[in-house]
Design a protein around this ligand. Structure first.
Ligand code: ZN
Ligand code: ZN
Length: 144
């Protein structure tokens, strides 16, 4: 058992678990805030973080955190504009990256042999492209 300061309200409390840095009152309050925000966003597609935080009396920071942590799971399009991709700045629904950048990050983390294979199947060499054009012209000439 330890005596620690609550991360949110800075009250001193006894932490029984040793894991939480937030006091029991704040845990309950955050759970209520979260439910309020979630149901408001659900009922009002297209709201902004500022609007939600004002109406639900929750700090904008908390709202963004929940979206980043993907605790708020939203309908397609509901949260457009609430969050942006860390890399390209495109609006996203949840998390930190858009689908494209997530895919790019995944490829960059993939083993090298996998990367080479993907490139080889996608990019045709200039010679191959020229050859297929010639074949096309050939068949056009024969048909005339
Ligand atoms: Zn607290
Ligand atoms: Zn992106």
């Amino acid at each position: 058992m330890a005596i620690i300061n609550c991360r949110k309200c800075h009250r001193v409390f006894e932490a029984f678990s040793g894991f939480s840095s937030v006091c029991p009152q704040c845990i309950v309050k955050e759970e209520e805030d979260f439910k309020r925000v979630k149901s408001y966003i659900w009922d009002h597609p297209g709201v902004t973080v500022d609007e939600v935080s004002q109406i639900c009396d929750v700090s904008p920071h908390d709202v963004r955190e929940w979206l980043r942590e993907e605790r708020l799971s939203l309908k397609q399009g509901v949260a457009a504009g609430l969050l942006t991709c860390d890399i390209c700045g495109k609006p996203i629904l949840a998390g930190r990256l858009c689908e494209k950048c997530r895919e790019k990050a995944r490829l960059e983390m993939a083993p090298p042999h996998e990367k080479v294979q993907m490139k080889g199947s996608y990019v045709a060499s200039p010679e191959a492209e020229e050859a297929s054009k010639m074949r096309f012209l050939d068949s056009v000439n024969k048909n005339n």
